[in-house]
Design a protein around this ligand. Structure first.
Ligand code: SF4
Ligand code: SF4
Length: 369
């Protein structure tokens, strides 16, 4: 039978390779919070096989399953048959968009990023009391969540960079738009061009990002290849800060949540831990960590489209932090911070921070003594 959709053309062999072993069930956060087999990686592969066999249509009925995936890649990391489920799902979503069967939240996200410069359609980019678009050694790229939703955390990060006398500038940044690739659309090249031109005009030799998703977009997407071609390095802030000595320590029990985009997608696990171990003598890993880390439920557009389940995934992660007795939960992603903080119940005492924000708070306390 001739392939009808691109997902079949590109991934037919991989979909057939799924042995239905179910190893992915134990690690899929969407299954973990819903207990619905059709939402697990295996269920999604079975549905796509049925489409390839002509038994069901790639239409409205599949929106709930195929669009409810955080693209966390936990299934791919644990699949003995080497099935790259998130890449298959991303392609199937593109096919669905093509035939007009898309979750309305993602249609809206794409509409916003064709007309606006950020995913929240906010009018004004906050300047954090700093001059933008200066000449500097480094560009600090904040990202949409850090600019418009977790701006206090960003303020702390920038304060820390100032204390460390880093020669950086903010730019008049626009959304990297990488998220569109996850939800069935294509990155907006006009937005990429704007970012690149503003980065280049600063003369900076490196771009530091606070957001793992922006980091992944700048390092993995062809629309940003010019950075590499011009010899401009891209660093996640955890890589940049790992060699600094902050001169502060906490006596609290600390754990670390690996953001999927930084960990499984970019392989950055040790730099954040190196920094945390410098400032926390009582560091503990949760049950799932490094490549086995449990997704917080925010990614792949799931927070916007399936908010309730997204929060329930974050609650499972918070439970793991509580189970190891952590008082402080650190992560390296404002989007994870946002979802985990929103999911936290009032009775839970654990505090959630971006690592840089937590370090700056410790430094502030010393300054006030
Ligand atoms: S782990 Fe891989 S092979 Fe096993 S059911 Fe999941 S996707 Fe299929
Ligand atoms: S990428 Fe994550 S959320 Fe999506 S099917 Fe795999 S394990 Fe589940």
């Amino acid at each position: 039978m001739e392939a009808k959709y691109d997902f079949e053309k590109k991934f037919r062999e991989q979909i057939l390779q799924c042995s239905r072993c179910g190893f992915c069930q134990a690690v899929c956060p969407v299954y973990g919070s819903t207990l619905r087999p059709a939402l697990n990686a295996r269920g999604k592969m079975l549905l796509l096989k049925e489409v390839m066999d002509g038994k069901i249509d790639l239409g409205e009925d599949l929106i709930e399953s195929l669009f409810q995936c955080t693209t966390c890649a936990s299934c791919a990391a644990n699949c003995p048959s080497g099935v790259n489920v998130p890449e298959i799902i991303k392609q199937a979503r593109k096919d669905m968009v093509h035939i007009g069967s898309c979750h309305p939240a993602f249609v809206g996200m794409n509409d916003v990023l064709q007309k606006s410069t950020n995913i929240y359609a906010e009018d004004e980019l906050p300047d954090f009391g700093r001059k933008r678009d200066k000449k500097a050694a480094f560009v600090y790229f904040v990202g949409c969540v850090g600019s418009y939703r977790e701006d206090e955390s960003t303020e702390e990060t920038l304060d820390l960079m100032d204390r460390l006398a880093v020669d950086y500038t903010l730019i008049s940044e626009v959304c990297c738009s990488g998220v569109l690739e996850d939800v069935g659309y294509n990155l907006n090249p006009k937005l990429a061009r704007e970012n690149l031109d503003r980065m280049f005009s600063t003369g900076a030799g490196a771009v530091i990002t606070g957001c793992p998703y922006c980091f992944r977009t700048f390092t993995h997407r062809k629309e940003y290849d010019e950075l590499k071609e011009k010899g401009i390095k891209v660093l996640h802030i955890s890589q940049f800060l790992k060699d600094f000595d902050f001169g502060v320590k906490t006596g609290k029990k600390v754990t670390y949540h690996d953001p999927c985009d930084l960990g499984r997608h970019c392989g950055i696990y040790e730099e954040p831990r190196a920094t945390i171990k410098k400032i926390a003598s009582d560091f503990v890993e949760m049950q799932h960590h490094h490549a086995d880390s449990l997704c917080c439920g925010a990614g792949g557009g799931v927070r916007g489209a399936f908010a309730k389940n997204s929060l329930s995934m974050a609650r499972r992660r918070l439970k793991e932090a509580e189970e190891v007795g952590a008082e402080i939960l650190l992560t390296e992603c404002n989007s994870c911070v946002h979802n985990l903080v929103n999911a936290k119940l009032r009775k839970q005492n654990i505090k959630i921070y971006n690592t840089t924000a937590f370090i700056n708070e410790l430094v502030n306390k010393i300054d006030k003594v």
